[in-house]
Design a protein around this ligand. Sequence first.
Ligand SMILES: Nc1ncnc2c1ncn2[C@@H]1O[C@H](COP(=O)(O)OP(=O)(O)OP(=O)(O)O)[C@@H](O)[C@H]1O
Ligand SMILES: O=c1[nH]c(=O)c2[nH+]cn([C@@H]3O[C@H](COP(=O)(O)O)[C@@H](O)[C@H]3O)c2[nH]1
Ligand SMILES: NC(=O)CC[C@H](N)C(=O)O
Ligand SMILES: [Mg+2]
Length: 515
Amino acid sequence: MSEFDTVLVVDFGAQYAQLIARRVRECHVYSEIVPSSMPVEEMMAKNPKAIILSGGPSSVYADGAPPVPHGLFATGVPTFGICYGFQAMAQALGGEVARTGVAEYGGTALEVLREGVIFAGLPSAQKVWMSHGDSVAAAPEGFTVTASTSETPVAAFEHPERGLYGVQFHPEVLHSEHGQTVLRHFLEAAGCRPSWTMLNIVEDSVEAVRRQVGDGHAICALSGGVDSAVAAAIVQRAIGDRLTCVFVDHGLLRKGEAEQVERDFVAVTGVKLRVVDAADRFIKALEGVTDPEEKRKIIGREFIRVFEDEQRAIMADKPVEFLVQGTLYPDVVESGGGTGTANIKSHHNVGGLPDDLRFTLVEPLRALFKDEVRRAGEELGLPAAMVWRQPFPGPGLGIRIVGEVTRERLELLREADAIAREELSRAGLDRQIWQCPVVLLADVRSVGVQGDGRTYGHPVVLRPVTSEDAMTADWAKVPFDVLSRISTRITNEVREVNRVVLDVTSKPPGTIEWE
Ligand SMILES: Nc1ncnc2c1ncn2[C@@H]1O[C@H](COP(=O)(O)OP(=O)(O)OP(=O)(O)O)[C@@H](O)[C@H]1O
Ligand SMILES: O=c1[nH]c(=O)c2[nH+]cn([C@@H]3O[C@H](COP(=O)(O)O)[C@@H](O)[C@H]3O)c2[nH]1
Ligand SMILES: NC(=O)CC[C@H](N)C(=O)O
Ligand SMILES: [Mg+2]
């Protein structure tokens, strides 16, 4: 059996369920998210050492509210409820949940009444982060109430003999002062060993890929980005030269990108790489399209069609069945792939996949965040330049032209983007900035004066952001002199662009890319 324990986070539609899983992994215990609709037998097949019930938007007593999976408490697996999960546990075990008319949102003072297991050694007054309108009015029989707030008499309870615990607040949020310790206390009480590291995930993924692919062959969709580089390295370890990487030049790439991937990636990894020039078919398919979701779906579909052609070219006699992608958790949630989570945008590799996909997907990084993938890349010995490369979206410049995508517009944007990247690198900002999309507002024109003459050109937007994991982001405070150099060069060197503007929006409310 595996040398590390697994904690399942049962997702009731929480926006930040992934944060819980991540905090558990920070305690060196492996964690992954499962939908609350998953049957308990399927959960047990993953052999969880502990279970965490997430928050969620519903009220437990409302029609259609997602219930605690049937039979969960009977398994005897230690379980921790958070917010909705806490309320759902209370209700399922005979306690009482009601709308008390008082809501708590944001920082709240918590009073610990009894340390018990969860608050052992922690101060009796602590700041926690709350977000609820319903409350547990009465704890189930046999449970001890361990904390309260001025508005919520039952803010935490536990039944250590049954291995059941819950809190109304959100320990996964950094604003909860002792949240990480609270989670760790639960994991310790559940007997989870703090033995998991990024190295385990690499080794475990290699093993899982070996099992999944058997003696089959796989194609890896390789972009030169860190996610697909790490995915390819894992699959290469698992199946060796039965892996062929395919890099698609869809005509939506940045300046010099295709050449760089071809040169650097093969040099470092020695994998078999095929480069496909598919610019014509992508640009043709995008003709006349302005809607961002439509663009994403078209690009997702064309990617798959190219891989299908490659599949036939690689092995005419026996089809390649597996497609490796560097999909990460944020790609999945934003595409609406969490339980009850909204579709923000269809990432080409998840929500943009065509319905008639004939490949079996191999996605070893699907549960992880970018910073975790970077650590895995370091464990695999990939060079720093590859591990720390800034992200670039698969749909490329296609979702950075607001309006129709044409060859001429792509050419303009490529030039502007190259200038921005060059100046940011020269200023030594590559590591501080998560990425800096440059967006061409192709359907907007503004008046300028250049060389004493009137111009009527297009603006480009600079969107430099800082982020930890792309789920949230802030606009980067790039020094004015750097911005000013970028602006001067773009307006001087790129014809048709007569204005450069700076995007000063965080995420939320804005997303990083404009489309
Ligand atoms: N030009 C491309 N050719 C082949 N596959 C691609 C291409 N662009 C993206 N992909 C596939 O889509 C996946 C998702 O793209 P994404 O940009 O999120 O990841 P990445 O490029 O590997 O890393 P990064 O986020 O650092 O850019 C990639 O991991 C890769 O499998
Ligand atoms: O491979 C990708 N396929 C996509 O369809 C896609 N859309 C956004 N991104 C990248 O994801 C991160 C979050 O972007 P947003 O804030 O715009 O959603 C940022 O790093 C974006 O560059 C994508 N990557
Ligand atoms: N954040 C949550 O889990 C909220 C739970 C429930 N919807 C409430 O308002 O009390
Ligand atoms: Mg990329």
